[in-house]
Design a protein around this ligand. Structure first.
Ligand code: FE2
Length: 259
């Protein structure tokens, strides 16, 4: 089983590069399942039903979210019909929204989960460690062979600790949120790990955001609207291959395509 995990799709540039590359990437790497983080897909904050439909149409199988999961108010009313979306279990605004998906591939059954980190996350989340214990309590009835976690957070250390603590039950911890792809991908005691898968979004930008606006916001501390940069995009993700019989990851490789 080969899973392509696509890093935070950010704004129109990010959506466009996914749309233009995904078909050929799936072919080139014989990808079986595509998971993408879509929490920045709608102009940097959240996702709309229209964008969700387009990403699924373009070949994404499952969409994980993050701290901006509830930024678009329409999301709540559409969640029933969005059967490929995974909302972060420990987001302070989550009530009974879907927080996991059971995925069957050949003899493998795994549970895809989205968890928010807590460090430097502006109090959008609750304790990720307690949260994931609760998720496993709720999902163990489905008897998954393992869990696959999109851990959406700012702190690389927190993500590594999460992986070390849960690696017996989790076969992949893929970090998202910082938009900067890290070079620490590894299989560690049977768990595929990377601190951050990176971003799909405008290359000339500050993590996807307009450069001038970022300067105004960071240096002059002026209030700005959140403007997403435009132009040619970078594509970032990781390819994780599993041994179908042993049901463990055998490789994790970064993909980064710059304009
Ligand atoms: Fe985020």
């Amino acid at each position: 089983m080969k899973i392509l995990f696509i890093g935070d799709i950010t704004g129109k540039s990010g959506r466009d590069i996914v749309s233009s590359l995904l078909y050929s990437l799936k072919k080139e790497y014989s990808v079986d399942i595509v998971i993408a983080n879509g929490e920045n897909a709608a102009h940097g904050k959240g996702i709309t039903i229209k964008i969700y439909d387009k990403l699924i149409h373009d070949g994404v199988d499952y969409i994980t979210m993050g701290n901006h999961a509830y930024s678009k108010s329409e999301i709540k009313e559409h969640l029933d019909g969005m059967d490929r979306i995974v909302m972060p279990y420990n987001h302070i605004k989550r009530t009974d929204d879907p927080f996991f998906r059971i995925i069957d591939f050949k003899d493998i059954r795994f549970c895809l989960v989205n968890i928010l980190g807590e460090a430097f996350m502006n109090e959008t989340s609750m304790d990720p460690f307690k949260a994931f214990e609760k998720v496993m309590n709720k999902c163990d009835d489905y008897e998954p062979d393992f869990y696959f976690v999109d851990l959406h957070g700012e702190s690389t250390a927190e993500k590594r600790v999460f992986m070390e603590y849960f690696k017996d039950k989790v076969r992949a911890v893929i970090g998202t949120h910082t938009h900067v792809q890290t070079a620490d991908e590894a299989i560690i005691d049977g768990c595929a790990f990377i601190s951050d898968a990176g971003m799909c979004g405008a290359y000339d930008s500050v993590i996807g955001r307009d450069i001038n606006e970022s300067i105004t916001s960071v240096i002059l501390k002026e209030k700005t609207r959140y403007t997403i940069a435009e132009g040619p995009a970078i594509f970032c993700g990781v390819l994780i291959e599993f041994d179908d019989k042993l049901k463990i990851p055998v490789s994790i490789n970064r993909i980064q395509i710059r304009p």
